[in-house]
Design a protein around this ligand. Sequence first.
Ligand code: ADP
Ligand code: MG
Length: 478
Amino acid sequence: MKWETVIGLEIHAQLATRSKIFSGSATAYGAEPNTQASLVDLGYPGVLPVLNAEVVRMAVRFGLATGCTIAPRSVFARKNYFYPDLPKGYQISQYELPVVHGGYLEIDLADGGRKRVGITRAHLEEDAGKSLHEDFHGMTGIDLNRAGTPLLEIVSEPDLRSPDEAVAYMRRIHQLVRWLGICDGNMQEGSFRCDANISIRRHGETRLGTRTELKNLNSFRFIERAIRHEVERQIELVEDGGTVVQETRLYDPERDVTRPMRSKEEANDYRYFPDPDLLPVVIEPATVEAIRASLPELPAARRERFVRDYGLPDYDAGVLTASRELAEYYEAAAGAVPPPAAKLVANWVMGELTAALNRDGLDIGSSRVDAPALAGLVARIHDDTISGKIAKEVFEAMWAGEGDADGIIEARGLKQITDAGALEAIVAEVIAAHPGQVAEYRDGKHKLMGFFVGQVMKRTQGKANPGQVNALIKAALE
Ligand code: ADP
Ligand code: MG
C-alpha cells in the first residue's frame, strides 16, 4: 500500500443531435458506410462549416448541471494531425477557450461517503471517421459517416484514486448526460467512451507522477479492469527500478493486458490555432438563464427528495433515480398509493418489475405493467386483500396481459381469507388432523409452528393472511 493511484478521465459523449456539428448530414447510427458524409465532413476545399446551435445548448445544459462556468465567449481551434480517418488533416475542437469549465460532480464511495470530483472543462469537438480493418484483406476501409459527429469531451481533474472511483464517476456522468437528454449513452455504438489517464505516486507525495493514457474504453467493466492492470504494471515497473514513460496505451480485453500504442503527443505537436472558418461562440446571459430554467430536477436532488418525500432509504432512492424514466415511473406509482405504501412500491419496482424487464430485455419505457397498474397491485397488498406471495402470481398475470390487479384477483378468486371464523374452522381441522405434532408442540417443539401454518396455507391455497394464521394457531395450541 505504498502507492497512491491518480486517475483523470476524458469522457467523450456524443451529443444527441440529428445533424452533425458543422454540416447538415445525418448522425443516425448504422447507415451504409460513407452515405452520411457531406463535402463539409470530407473537408473539401471551398466549403465552410456552420455551427449547429443545438450542440451549444446541450453543452450549456451539461455545464449548468455540473456547476461549471459558462464561457461568454469560446473559440473553436484546429487540432492538426494526420490520420487516414481525418480527411481535413485537422480536427475542429476547442482548446484555450472551452464552452464550459470549472465544475464538479459528486460520487458515492464504497464506505458510504461522498466525494466531489472536479470537472476541469468540457469542450465541443467533431468526431473523426472510422477505420475498418476486417473484410479488406490487408487493406483498411474508411467509413466517414462518423466524421463531424458532435462530441462533448468532459475532462476531469486528476481527483480519482482507484479504479472503483473512476467507474463510479463515469457512471454518474453517464446517468447525467442521459438525464439531460444530451446523449443516448449507448456504449456499444460508441456514443459514450473514455480515455483514462493514470499515474502512481508514493503516499504523501504532492507532485503528480508521469501518466499513461488508455484510449477508447467503452464498457464500465473494461474501464475497471484496464485501469487495475495499468496501475499494477506501473507499480511493478517502478519497484523494479524502471520509470513510467508518458505514452498512449491500448487495453486488449481479450488478453486482458495493456500495450503501448504510440508515444504521447504534447499539445504543441498539434499546432493548435483558432479556426479561421468559424466565428467565436458568444453566449448571452439571457440564453444561459433560459436554458437553466428548462433544466429538469437533477438526479442528486431527486434522490434526496425521494428520501424526504417517500421515506425511502438512500440506497433505494439511488437505484430509483438511475434514469429519469425509472424515477418518473416510481413517482407515478408511489403517488397513487397511500403514503405508507411508498416503500412497498420501491421494493416492487426494484424487485419483481426489474426482474421481469431484464428477463424480457425491455427497458422501463416499454414495461408491460405501467405505473398506475403496479400501484393498483401494491394497494391490494397494502390493504391486505392479497399477501405478497399471491401478489407475485397476480403480477405475472398482469405481465402476461390478463388485465389489472383487481380483475385478476377477482377472476382467479385470490382474495385473502381474513374472515376469522372461517380461518378458525380451518385451523381446528388442521389441529384435529395432526394429533402427533400437536403433542410434540405442547412438549416444547415450537419449531412445528411452521408446519401448522403450512398446512393451513395448503388448505386455503395460500390465501390466508400469514400473520393472522400464526396468531390463531398459537391461540388454539396454547
Ligand atoms: P491531454 O490528454 O489532452 O494532453 P490534459 O493534460 O488536459 O490533457 O489532461 C487530460 C487528463 O489527464 C485530465 O483528466 C487530467 O486530470 C489527467 N491527468 C493529467 N495529469 C495526470 C497525471 N499525472 N496522472 C493522472 N491523470 C492526469
Ligand atoms: Mg488526452
